[in-house]
Design a binder for this molecule. Sequence first.
Ligand code: CA
Length: 696
Amino acid sequence: MSPRLGACLGLCLAIAAGCGSEEGEAVAGGALAPEAVSPQERIRASTLGVDDARLAAAGSDAANWLTHGRTYAEDRYSPLDLVNAGNVADLRLAWSFPTGLQRGHEATSLVVDGVMYTTGSWSVVFALDATTGKLLWKWDPRVSHEVGRVVCCDVVNRGVALYRGRVYVGVLDGRLAALDAATGELDWEVVTVDQSLPYSITGAPRVVKGRIVIGNGGAELGVRGYVSAYDADTGELAWRTYTVPGNPSEPFESPALEVAAATWTGEEWWKVGGGGTVWDSMSYDPELDLLYVGTGNGSPWSKYIRSPGGGDNLYLSSILALDPDTGELRWHYQTTPGDSWDFTSTQQMILADLRIGGELRRVIMQAPKNGFFYVLDRETGELLSAEPYVEVTWARGVDLETGRPVLSGTAEYDEGIAVVKPTAYGGHNWHSMSYSPLTGLVYIPAQEIFGAYRMDAAYRYKPGEWNTGNDLRHYSILTRELVSGHLLAWDPVAQREVWRHPHGLPWNGGTLATAGNLVFQGTADGRFLALRADDGMLLWQSHHADTGIIAAPVTYRVDGVQYVSVVAGWGGVYALSAGDAAAAAGVESNGKVITYSVQEFSITPEIVEGAMAARDPATVAGNDAYHTYCFKCHGAGAIPGGVLPDVRESASRMGAGFVAVVREGLPGTSMPGFAQWLEDDEIREIAAYLKSRAER
Ligand code: CA
C-alpha cells in the first residue's frame, strides 16, 4: 500500500466510523476517535496515566511501547504476535513520515494509545498519529549548529521519555526539556552541563520514581562523566553522580570517588576531564530498586597519557548499580580496566531471569564494545560468565575468579602501532540488542572491524578539541573488504552463538524480538528484515528506507492492528568517520519513520456508501449532474486535484453569473460551454451542490 493510499484509507475509515475527523483538525484516524473530548484532551488523559506503576508493568502492556527499551529491563521484547512467522510475508507499508532532517537518525520511538513520540537529528521531537503517520506536533529546540563541532559522533538523538503527561528529551547542547505530551509546548527546561565544555546529550532520558535520569557524552573531546536526576515536575536537580574522580586536591564528592581516585595516576586525567561518560544505556530493577548505568571510555583514550603510572581508572568502561533515590554507588563491574581502546560499557544492559547451573539467577547482560558478552548477578555485580561474541584479540578471556580480562599483550601501544579487534566502533555499539524469553536468545547487531592504535607522541591538551591522545590517521585504511556486520543470535546461558545472518556491511540497526517468533532489524544498506527468531531464517524484507537504517524498531497495537515501525536515516560515528568502508554502505537522505502492518483490504461497499452519504446527502440534486459532466476535470466531490481552479469557490464568487459561464464556456480558457447538455435549472442545481460543498 502506498503511504498516500494508507493515509486516505485512514481518513475514509474515520469518516465512515462517524468519528468526525475533518481536514484541518489536528488528528485523524480511528485510533484517536474521541467521544466528546478534543484530541488534545484524550492525549493528555492517556499520557497522564503513564506513571511509575504503568512503567513497572510495561512488559505486559502489549499495545504500547512506553519506555526506551520497552521495559525497565530494556529487553525490547514484545508479547504481540498478530504479526508472526506465519504471516510476516504479508507485511505492507502502512505509512512513512519524512522528518525533513538529514544526518543520523538513531531514535527508538515510544507509543502510547495510538500516539507515537520520536526524534530526528538535532534533537527535534515529533508526535505522530501511530496509525497514519499524521503529524500532531513538532518541537524544535533550535540547537545552534555550532554545537555540531564539539560532538564526537554525529548530531543524533536516541529518543524521548514519557511520564505523567510530559515528553522529556535530552538536547544535543546539554539541555533537558519537558514538553506537554498533548501539544508539544515547553513546560520547563534546564541546562544539565557546563556549556563552555564539550558536553553533548544524545541518549534517551529514563524515568525512575518521579525523576528524569539523564547522562551526557564528550569523552573524545575531554570531559568528566556524570549522570543526573531531575524532578519530573519542576526540573529541580535531585542528585548528580560523577563517574570518575576530579582534581584530587579538592574534596571527593563521594566515598566511591575516593576509592576510584586511588586507581588513577599523574594529573593529566583531571585536566582533560577523565571521561567515563554515561551517554546511552540505563536499566532499572524496581524489586531490587537498583538503577544501572553504563560508563564510557577515558579522556584521553590513551592510558599512557591519561594515567601514566598505570591503574584501573575506576569507573571507566563499567556497569554501575546506583541507588535511584540518592545516586550512591551500590556496586560496580569494570569490563575493561585501564581501557586504552575506547571500549565503552555504554552498550545496552538487559535484565532477565536465567536458569544457570540449575539455579534461577537475576542477571544483567551486556555486549560492550570490547567483544565479550557479560552475564552478571544484578543484585551483587558478581561475574557469572563472559565469552567473546565476536573475534577478540586484546584479551585471551575473562578470569571468573578475579572478574578481570586476561590480557593478550598484543594490544598495548605505548610503543608503535597495535592492531586490535574489536575497535572503537565496537564488536557491538549503541545499536540496541533484544532478548526473547521464548527462544532464550539475545539478538545482537554484531560487527567485525579491526582498529590500529598509535599514541600521538606530540599530544598536548587542547581545550574543546579532539583529545583522544591517539593518532587516528589509520582509519583511512579501512575498506569494505576489511569489515563486516551480522545479526547474531546468542545463547546467554551457554554463552555461544546459535545462528547468525550476515549483512555484509557493519553499522546495522538495533533489533526487536516478538512473541511472533520474529526478530526485526534494519540494515546499513537500507533494508528492513524479519527473521525467524529460533533459527534465523529470513522471512521478509523491504526497501522503503532509501537510506541506511541504524535505529531500533518498535511494535505496537492500535484497534486490533499490530504495527512495526523503524526510524531510518544513515549517520552516526561510523558513517561520518569510517571513510571508504562507510561510503560503501548507506546513503544520506531525509530521515523518515517507516511503519508496516499486516492488513486485509478492508474497504467494503457499506463503508464506501457510508462515506459518500456522509459527504453528499442525496437531497442535494446537483450532485448527480456534477458527477456526470464536471467531475472528470474539477474533481470528485468538487475537490480540485491541483490543476484547475477550485469550482466550489468559483460558484460562490460568481453568483448568478455561474449559469452563463457553464452554458457558454469561458473564452480564452479550456472551459467549454455545456448548453447542448444542461438546462439552466440543472446548472443552478450544480451551483447549489458546489455551494453546499464549499460550506462543508
Ligand atoms: Ca568513545
